[in-house]
Design a protein around this ligand. Structure first.
Ligand code: SF4
Length: 348
């Protein structure tokens, strides 16, 4: 099957003991796949006894290694995995061997990427402009979702708007929202066949927002609404809660997204989420999410010693690893925030 991946995907190497924010202490229990569970059931010696002593069933009845004090019970003081040291990386649960890599299948297409919640992945994601590679690999050839081709073209156009020459970052973000809104109108009117000509038009004409900025909702109020929405989601780490509260205190002088890092963060969000639209016909949400995620990251960056990249990492950790949070933010982007709200904060 055809497979897409950002060029940096192949460069990823886990930082292991040198990782400043190890995923083994991110607050997630460790799901154990059935092959690993079977191996652990027959594992001899002390390690076998230890693994079996920790192994539990999660509420869905799937085996998992619950955390001790928010940390995987097999993480040692040097930040290394005891199972990995004793038996090799191939004997760790599947999730430990694959994280932070993600892969999504859309019929005959597979898309791979790295989760921004991992500090090394975040460094690669923000370290250069995203370039996609295409290859062929084995995999199930399922029916292609009808919207795939047009939404792929639309995503290419959307990513192109984010890197349009001789434009500012606010202009690019606003153009992205205007384009996504037009794609959404066509999807809602069941006119997906009109998306490719629309893409062609947008490739030739960069859409500058013609509205008077004063006619948009006040930026400070929209930012406050965004932070309140994020505060209302399930929060994984106390630090994120503190950051959101601190962000509310600096709404008078919000820090705009830095050029370069801002485009790359938004491109990551678009690449990862835009094609969800092939399943539910919603793409405007994911353009708005890209803008919201980048603007909120920039707003909170001065509160964090390690700045934009660390807040980006925390945003990804808190949102993208919880499907409940992703559903809640999708609902909020439909019901609580409006397109003018997003255009307002995009113009920072
Ligand atoms: S967060 Fe990333 S770099 Fe750190 S331990 Fe996990 S996979 Fe490795």
């Amino acid at each position: 099957m055809e497979t897409h991946a950002p060029r940096y995907y192949a460069s990823f190497r886990c930082l292991a003991g040198a990782c400043p924010h190890t995923c083994c202490a991110a607050g997630w229990e460790v799901p154990v796949d059935s092959a690993s569970a079977a191996r652990y059931a027959a594992l001899p010696g002390l390690l076998g006894k230890q693994v079996r002593a920790f192994l539990e069933m999660d509420p869905e009845g799937e085996p998992c290694l619950p955390l001790r004090g928010g940390v995987c019970p097999f993480l040692n003081r040097e930040g290394l995995c005891h199972i990995h040291i004793e038996l090799g990386g191939e004997s760790t649960p599947l999730i430990c061997r694959t994280h932070p890599r993600f892969s999504y299948n859309y019929g005959s297409l597979r898309e791979r990427g790295l989760c921004g919640s991992c500090p090394e992945a975040a460094r690669l994601i923000l370290g250069g402009d995203m370039e996609l590679t295409t290859s062929l690999e084995d995999g199930p050839e399922e029916d292609t979702p009808p919207l795939l081709s047009s939404l792929l073209q639309a995503r290419t156009t959307a990513l192109g708007l984010l890197s349009a020459e001789e434009t500012t970052l606010p202009q690019r973000f606003q153009a992205l929202l205007l384009f996504a809104n037009e794609v959404q109108v066509l999807l809602d009117e069941e006119q997906a066949e009109a998306i490719p000509p629309l893409c062609e038009f947008y490739r030739e004409e960069f859409p500058f927002l013609s509205l008077d900025p004063d006619s948009l909702p006040p930026r400070q109020e929209v930012l406050e609404k965004c932070l309140s929405i994020l505060e209302g989601l399930a929060i994984l780490r106390p630090r994120w809660k503190t950051l959101l509260a601190a962000g509310k205190a600096c709404l008078d002088h919000p820090t705009p997204p830095p050029s370069g890092l801002g485009e790359r963060a938004a491109a990551y969000f678009l690449y990862r989420h835009w094609l969800r639209g092939v399943w539910d016909g919603d793409v405007l949400t994911w353009a708005e999410f890209a803008v919201l995620g980048t603007v909120v990251t920039a707003l909170l960056a001065p509160q964090e010693k390690e700045g934009f990249s660390e807040v980006f990492r925390q945003f990804c950790l808190e949102l993208e690893h919880s499907e409940a949070n992703m559903t809640a933010i999708q609902d909020a982007l439909w019901d609580v925030l409006s397109l003018p709200d997003l255009l307002s904060i995009a113009g920072m």
